[in-house]
Design a protein around this ligand. Structure first.
Ligand code: UDP
Length: 429
């Protein structure tokens, strides 16, 4: 198949850990590469946010990243990008020329708008394209949790529901998202599930381990935004100290940008909280850590703690499990599917630092059991969350959209076409 990915703010080439660069960047990069390895021709369209970026970057014989000028050529926070989606769509259509792809796959609601617009322009020129949509995060959920703090454009909820109802197929990343999509009016028959995956060659149980002292160590990784709940983990450390466990340190990874953590207000808030609670010496903010260094940091942990208020999917628990490290996760969103309570880690209620402290204490008290949890986690991700498997799941969603797009054929012809597609991995198109 010829596949166009649209990822307006999340470039697969961007550095991770900043405010707007996280799981979506990883997802688009890895899914695109895995699809390219399956023989599809993939082009990722993303917004040019730096004048130094070349127009096109080929990262694999079957994979190219194309920078489209849409809005100011500098970093613009994602919540301010909506006005430029028309330009993004026009740039994509221009790049397609006479040869549009079979599939255009929007990532995040605004890319969905650009994908639908581009497909509409192509269809009206007699060149049909199927539109797939992965939301990564839903405005309804964000509004529920962040209330007036939510900086998304006011049109988001209405436009997001429109994208969900207009795309030929919606790919949800977890079962919780399926419920949310249905509540938005997306018909269940047009929803497929394909979770995020993890790079099983990079994230492995064996390999370098970051040096650490004698203290037990918990690690939390994520963009430094309040909803990631890093403050809850700091409070849990205080709770542990109150119970006599002052031999635990917390390493927080993420946040900052090229100028470091000094200019990062959330980093400063977290450091202030640790100081107020009297545990500043045991809370280490590492700032951004590169992909290459991440496994060594994860392997140095007794447990990785993920304490978000809500989480559309959450790739970090998969990365920890792939490294054989047990995970303590708030039972929200994608973490309900990925972490198996009592088997690969422990679930805790959201926003409950006391429960995090109890879970950490339980794991530290029984290292044998904690190791077992880590082993099970590793086996689970190997069996279910390789990117090649996720690419195959996604390919099936593409095939469903393409199969449904041929209504003029008699049903028997459609069925045999679908079988042909299945047997060729879709390449017959
Ligand atoms: N990440 C990273 N360096 C950092 C912070 C985060 O490489 O300093 C990566 C992390 O390993 C994971 C991704 O960014 O692959 C975060 O994805 P997740 O789905 O957990 O959260 P999101 O940022 O999408 O909300």
């Amino acid at each position: 198949m010829r596949i166009s990915m649209v990822s307006e703010h999340a470039s697969p080439l961007a550095a991770l850990g900043g405010v707007d660069a996280g799981g979506q960047n990883v997802h688009v990069a890895e899914l695109s590469l895995a699809l390219a390895h399956r023989g599809h021709d993939v082009t990722v369209y993303t917004r040019r946010d730096d004048p130094a970026l070349p127009d096109r970057v080929r990262t694999d014989p079957h994979l190219e990243v194309v920078h489209i000028t849409a809005g100011p050529v500098r970093h613009v926070p994602k919540d301010m990008l909506l006005p430029f989606m028309g330009d993004l769509a026009d740039g994509i259509v221009e790049d397609w020329g006479q040869e549009p792809p079979d599939i255009v796959h929007g990532h995040f609601w605004m890319s969905g708008l650009a994908a639908l617009d581009a497909a509409r322009q192509s269809r009206s020129a007699g060149r049909p394209v199927q539109v797939l949509q992965t939301f990564h995060a839903l405005g309804t959920v964000k509004r529920r949790h962040q209330g007036s703090e939510d900086t998304s454009p006011s049109e988001r909820l209405m436009l997001e529901a429109m994208v969900g109802r207009s795309a030929d197929r919606v790919v949800a990343t977890c079962s919780d998202e399926v419920f949310e999509l249905k509540a938005m009016g997306v018909s269940g028959s047009r929803i497929s599930i394909a979770p995020c995956g993890v790079d099983l060659e990079l994230f492995t149980p064996r390999g370098p381990v970051e040096d650490r002292g004698r203290a037990h160590r918990i690690v939390s990784v994520g963009r430094l935004v309040p909803r990631k709940g890093m403050d809850l983990v700091i409070r849990a450390l205080r709770d542990l100290a109150d119970q006599g466990r002052d031999d635990v340190e917390l390493v927080i990874v993420g946040g900052g940008n090229t100028s470091g953590l000094e200019d990062d207000p959330e980093a400063q808030r977290l450091l202030g909280l640790a100081a107020d609670l009297g545990i500043a010496d045991r809370v280490i903010l590492r700032g951004q850590v590169s992909r290459a260094e991440m496994p060594a940091v994860l392997r140095s942990a007794d447990a990785v703690v993920c304490a978000p208020w809500y989480e559309p999917f959450g790739i970090v628990p998969l990365e920890a499990m792939a490294c054989g490290v047990p995970v303590i996760a708030a039972a929200v969103g994608g973490l309900v599917d990925t972490v198996v309570d009592g088997k690969t880690g422990l679930h805790v209620p959201p926003q409950d630092s006391g429960a995090i402290a109890a879970a950490v204490a339980e794991m530290i008290a029984d290292p044998e059991w904690a190791r077992e949890l880590g082993d099970h986690g590793h086996r689970r991700v190997r069996a279910r969350y390789s990117w090649s498997r996720i690419a195959a799941d996604t390919e099936r969603a593409y095939q469903s959209a393409l199969g449904a797009a041929a209504p003029t054929q008699p049903a028997t012809a459609r069925r045999s076409a679908a079988r042909r597609l299945e047997s060729t991995g879709g390449r017959a198109l």
